[in-house]
Ligand binder design. Sequence first.
Ligand code: PAF
Length: 282
Amino acid sequence: MQTITRLDMLRSEVAQLRRGGASVALVPTMGALHEGHLTLIRAARGQADHVVASIFVNPRQFGAGEDLEAYPRQMARDSALLEAEGVALLWAPAPEEVYPAGYATNVSVSGVSAGLCGADRPGHFDGVATVVCKLFNQVRPDLAFFGEKDWQQLAVIRRMARDLDLTQPEASAIHAVPTVREADGLAMSSRNAYLTPEQREQAAVLPRAMREAAAAIDSGSAVAETLDRLRGDLVAGGFDSVDYAELRDAATLERVGQREDAARLFVAARIGGTRLIDNIGL
Ligand code: PAF
């Protein structure tokens, strides 16, 4: 596996990979890799001839007071993991390579970016859409892979690809991979590393309470009361606060007031200084 930090090198190495009509998949990450990321790589390897992974802690998707400085950076470990998974190229640019002096363009996707994490983290999805648009243009992959844990992010990226008529990848070639969970159900996330052992144990209440709420709504309980109970269960279980607990349409992300087949439950809650998110279908 080659690690590349300059865009001109990336372009020539990707061109080499493409020789003979081989296909290329991109798995964008911010590093601090866990089994969830490796599952994305394996899915990509199953569908493309070559996989390019990127590691870039994108400053534009962190708000003021968020964890940009503290975000775990483990390049040597991550690089060994990617190599062992058969990744062909690791694209690991410095911030100045992605946002050179004078950089002035923002990609903003309205609608699906509003609400949920978009409401709590103003500008976050502009940062995500901007960097993913750039990564797509830099690598020009045939396919791209993202985790369902960041469901809203996936909706934003697909909307952007459709709206901007992207062809590499096309919106239909943006693949979603189901969330990978720890044995107690907690969704894998690089931010789980911030939890103390006690908080980590308490955090298991999140997937458990979400499953209970989804089952209750499925069997006819009123949505508003069930979501109130869910918020209460999270705080009783050790969470400090709940940013949101909402039922939304899986595709449009519009709020849903009653049980529907396409509905999905979305939660963001804080424990210690750590904000955890998760989502499950009914
Ligand atoms: O999901 C992530 O790790 C990031 O938001 C992404 C898609 C790599 C963009 O920085």
